[in-house]
Ligand binder design. Structure first.
Ligand SMILES: Nc1ncnc2c1ncn2[C@@H]1O[C@H](COP(=O)(O)OP(=O)(O)OP(=O)(O)O)[C@@H](O)[C@H]1O
Length: 333
């Protein structure tokens, strides 16, 4: 399997800024097997995973439900202790020095908030200012930057429970960055957001990574997040690392397909065009599947030249489909 390693400026291989060496996490679970009876079972949530992420990289960490993504992130923050292997973040062993590490990392869980529900947004930030003992000047500078880039100005005095999901998510991202962390873990930061909010979050993360060199590990079910933000993606399934490389390579391995949705001026028979096939027609709207590794631009040009095209959009394949194709490929090779 292809693995990227960290290369130090002197030219040799150095330990990654985030470094996992055969890390494991096994949970002991009790399963009821009858009245007053239960059985002990072990769940291997993370199974001998090794990877290195260099400082300043923005990496996608994807996989189906229950694959082991959140467990990995919890070990990287020190919330969970690995059952085996070696793990370091910025040279720190997270489970041994959780408090020291907290000063250097930021975490955003899309499904949960770290903000105080009943307080205005700004009060949560003030509390974090104290909790993290952020020097006043640095706090003011970081807050100003986040307020500007995440468009939070009008929201600072609004209680968190009154914010929309997209506003709350931007508020949470700012909260994770007030203490200037070198690493940001994002677990589903765009889940449930509308198109405009997703675009704002992605734009901000791109800016953060480019301007501040923040190392980002991004967990998502939305492959568009990965496509727009990460040059490198790691795929985990059943606790094991299945792939580590560029997203295009993943599409090639899985021979996955993207979908082009086109709106025509009127109802027409299925479009006939090279390297794509119509999979659905509904009135003047048609859906075409085409290889995910190919650019959509020449396909769109061919359709526009031959058909009365009004509008279009491209949808990425879902992660589950890509991964099941990877398995099919393995089974037949
Ligand atoms: N505290 C726990 N006790 C027992 N089993 C757990 C615990 N936490 C996670 N697991 C199990 O470990 C496996 C991996 O779970 P994990 O939450 O890491 O997956 P995930 O990839 O984050 O999934 P999702 O995308 O659904 O959030 C699952 O089988 C889950 O049931």
């Amino acid at each position: 399997m292809k693995t990227q390693t960290d290369v130090d400026p002197a030219g040799g291989h150095a330990e990654g800024f985030i470094h996992l060496d055969r890390v494991e996490k096994v949970f002991d679970v009790r399963k009821k097997t009858g009245f007053m009876r239960s059985e002990r079972r072990q769940v291997r949530a993370v199974d001998s995973i090794s990877f290195a992420v260099a400082r300043g990289e923005m990496v996608g960490y994807i996989g189906p439900n229950g694959a082991g993504k959140s467990t990995t992130i919890k070990m990287l923050t020190g919330i969970l202790t690995p059952s085996g292997g070696r793990l370091r973040v910025a040279g720190i062993d997270p489970s041994r020095e959780r408090t020291r590490l907290a000063q250097r990392i930021g975490v955003v869980f899309g499904q949960r908030t770290t903000l105080w529900w009943d307080l205005p947004l700004i009060d949560s930030y003030r509390l974090m200012h104290r909790m993290y003992r952020i020097p006043d000047a640095r706090y003011a500078e970081n807050l100003d930057r986040c307020v500007e880039l995440l468009e939070l100005g009008e929201l600072l005095d609004v209680p968190v429970r009154q914010l929309s999901l997209g506003q709350r998510m931007r508020g949470d991202i700012a909260a994770a960055l007030l203490h200037d962390p070198e690493v940001l873990y994002l677990d589903e930061p765009t889940i449930g957001l509308d198109v405009v909010s997703k675009a704002k979050v992605r734009e901000f993360l791109r800016h953060l990574n480019a301007e501040r060199g923040t190392t980002v590990l991004l967990t998502t079910h939305d492959l568009t997040d990965i496509e727009q933000l990460c040059r490198r993606v790691m795929v985990i399934d059943h606790g094991r690392l299945m792939y580590d490389g560029p997203l295009t390579g993943l599409h090639e391995i899985g021979e996955s397909e993207r979908t082009l949705m086109v709106d025509l001026e009127r109802e027409l028979p299925p479009i006939e065009v090279e390297s794509a096939r119509v999979v659905k027609v509904e009135g003047p709207r048609q859906w075409l599947a085409f290889p995910a590794a190919e650019s959509a631009a020449p396909l769109v040009a061919r359709i526009a030249a031959a058909y009365p095209l009004v509008d279009l959009s491209v949808r990425e394949p879902d992660i589950e489909a890509v991964i099941s194709r990877m398995y099919e490929e393995k089974a037949t090779s």
